[in-house]
Design a protein around this ligand. Structure first.
Ligand code: BGC
Length: 501
């Protein structure tokens, strides 16, 4: 017979009772709770400081948060058309897309190829990186456009998701690598000529029309289909946001005499928030992450909330509790695998938080298969609670950034487009973030649970594909209308028409 057999236990919600735990473990859990819990009052304090730092970043003197003007100077209205190439160099994959913005309002077609970004390239040689990217582009063009020697140069939007100074939309001076990248000879330089030189060497028929941050792409792509969009966020391997400012509120651009009400998308690079360690509730584990990273002292906020670091924070807690002679979890077991830095990514935490079983049997299996460890029942409880604490802290602190931009701009009601692995895949991230926004912004309880929140963080449209295409289209449009601000190579745009669909 089919379908008989032991019934699975009831699905588990949240932490089970900790009452039956041995006292030392219970104490330890309470200690971790004190370290990782960020209450409503602290969220407000962080948000207020955040608002101040956003403003400082726009000032002439500047601050930790770069607040980079992007020369994306309007929202789309849904009527943009044309076919564009887009390249996305994210933290994990490389993606090449061809995006067609169709005649039907707010609709698009997309074809794309994904390539894994080999791990060794992230800390290797600059030339190898650009050559690898050029090869991927060439492969895509050969597949979709035929013989490259017979083609005119195709226009491309390059989504380069690292902090870059943009005096022009077709320029990007890398401020610093983030997300574990560490390639010599690129920081402080404009990446566009390096990229173009590799294309030339390989004979890839492409000209770059715009360099784009993934957050700006997300903002613009989401606004294409939803006019209430005001902020674009990435909660993924890294963490950041972009929003539309008016030039009159950007003192560091005052020398350019731009009309004060002219819009300008700002790539905040908020991962650098609180590099001075004034307000974020850092734990000893956050201090270690920073110290051992390729760029100590940088990206303080990002290192507490982004996907690249969540698994590592968790790993450091467990190693500490094993080495700690008073508690000593996993006594007598070989924790060699757990000792390997960055061996657990945020999907490992997701699996723990998703374990539906009362006895945490999936977590048990995960530890056996992945780490060769056999946790006891109480240890499993500690593991689950630790994952929840780290995931909850990330969601709540992330909400401070959204609240800060909303406060700065006076947005009482709007939509925020969000993308990235943590936002899309980490269990409860959205609900925890929404709850934190409620606490920070003092929203009253909902009369009806189905009611929308005043500020809602929603899944975004594809920023690095559709967003890049839209930015290329908007830039061509504004050049035609005579707005030439922030364009280094207008000739690339003048002679460029969108590809035939
Ligand atoms: C980068 C940003 C990017 C974010 C999300 C951060 O590490 O500095 O430019 O937007 O990651 O990808």
């Amino acid at each position: 017979m089919v379908g008989l057999g032991p019934k699975p236990p009831f699905p588990r919600k949240g932490t089970g009772t900790l009452d039956n735990l041995p006292k030392d473990l219970r104490n330890e859990i309470e200690h971790l709770e004190r370290l990782f819990t960020v209450d409503g009052a602290k969220l407000k304090e962080v948000t207020n400081h955040f608002v101040h730092e956003l403003e400082k970043g726009l000032s002439v003197q500047g601050g930790s948060i770069p607040m980079n003007p992007t020369w994306v100077m309007s929202f789309p209205d849904g009527n943009e058309t044309g076919t564009y190439l887009a390249l996305d160099m994210g933290g994990t994959n490389l993606r090449v897309c061809q995006v067609t913005l169709t005649e039907t309002k707010s609709e698009f077609d997309i074809i794309q190829s994904k390539y894994r970004m080999p791990e060794e390239l992230k800390t290797g040689d600059a030339e190898e990186l650009w050559e690898y990217i050029a090869d991927c582009l060439m492969q895509f063009i050969e597949t979709h456009h035929g013989d490259p020697t017979k083609l005119d140069a195709l226009p491309l939007g390059f989504t380069f998701s690292y902090p870059a100074t943009q005096n022009y939309i077709d320029e990007g001076i890398l401020q610093r690598w983030t997300k574990g990248f560490d390639i010599a000879g690129v920081e402080g330089h404009n990446v566009v000529p390096m990229f173009e030189a590799a294309l030339q060497r390989r004979g890839v028929p492409i000209k770059l029309t715009a360099l784009i941050n993934d957050t700006t792409g997300t903002l613009i792509a989401s606004a294409y289909t939803d006019p209430k969009m005001r902020i674009g966020c990435i909660f993924g391997t890294g963490c950041n946001a972009a929003y539309m400012e008016n030039c009159g509120s950007i003192p560091k651009l005052a020398h350019m005499n731009l009309p004060p009400d002219m819009p300008m998308a700002i790539n905040c690079e908020w991962g650098a928030f609180d590099n001075e360690h004034k307000v974020l509730p850092r734990t000893p584990y956050d201090v270690i992450i920073d110290k051992d990273s390729p760029r100590p002292g940088q990206q303080s906020f990002e290192k507490m909330v982004a996907g690249l670091y969540l698994g590592e924070i968790f790993r450091l807690v467990l190693v500490d509790l094993h080495d700690n002679q008073e508690i000593k979890i996993f006594p007598g077991q070989d924790i060699a695998k757990l000792r390997k830095a960055y061996s657990l990514d945020s999907s490992f935490l997701s699996l723990i938080e998703e374990d539906p079983f009362e006895n945490l049997s999936e977590t048990f299996e995960l530890f056996q298969t992945k780490l060769g460890l056999t946790p006891t029942g109480p240890e499993l409880e500690l593991i689950r609670r630790t994952a929840e604490l780290i995931g909850t802290r990330a969601a709540r602190l992330s909400a401070c950034g959204v609240a800060a931009i909303s406060k700065k701009k006076g947005y009482k009601q709007c939509h925020v487009g969000a993308d990235g692995s943590v936002f899309n895949k980490y269990p409860n991230f959205k609900a925890r973030g929404a709850q934190a926004l409620r606490e920070i912004l003092d929203w009253p309880e909902k009369a009806d649970p189905k009611e929308d929140d005043p500020i809602e963080i929603l899944a975004a449209e594809d920023g690095s594909g559709v967003g890049a295409a839209l930015i290329a289209a908007l830039t061509m449009q504004r050049i035609k209308q005579g707005n030439m601000h922030g364009i280094l190579h207008p000739e690339n745009f003048r002679t460029t028409e969108p590809l035939p669909a």
